[in-house]
Design a protein. Sequence first.
Length: 220
Amino acid sequence: MKYYEWKSSVSDLIKQFVNFKHLSGIKFEGQERCLQHFDHYFYYNGFEGRAITKEILLPFIYEQDNSVSMICMKERLFAEFAQYLSDRGFHAFVIKPRYTIPRSNYIPHIYTADERRRFLAAVDSYPAIYNSNRNIIDPVMFRVIIGTGCRLSEILNLRMSDHDREDGALRIMHSKNDRSRIVPLCSSLIYRLETYIDTFHKDSPADAVLFPRKERRCHG
């Protein structure tokens, strides 16, 4: 994250809270930027002392040009921060959320076994095209998606180091809500993935993207 120079009289408390979240294994990048904005707001409005009052906090959350999703994030963040401060003997106003993010009406399509079979047959029939490796990558990538139930974004963010060959699993790092998890693979998927890695990624470093979107020549 870009370097930020903390300014306010509560900056040390904010930094302790951020560090606490990082040590808990949470990515916390968007929240940290929000707390940096709050530090800037606190300092340039001339607030002093170490108490975060209702009069200080509410304008920061509600009187700026924010989307509903941003307001919801701020409400959750400062409720957690207030609890963190209270547990350590500092005064902080505990906000009661006013907003909720509307639930989506989207209904996902659940593929039948025949639809999955025909889909994979189509992917397997990709022709070999000059300067493209989709015929090598996609048959394995889509089987990993189907076999694990992971989101496409989670699969596209995988690195070589996220594959645990010994345990036959994938490590999904900092996914939705900054949560990480280990996803076990079935034996047939382990075989396909390891064969793909041993050929396509023969000389790749540990930080290489497992399923690259940009084309490159296949090793071997």
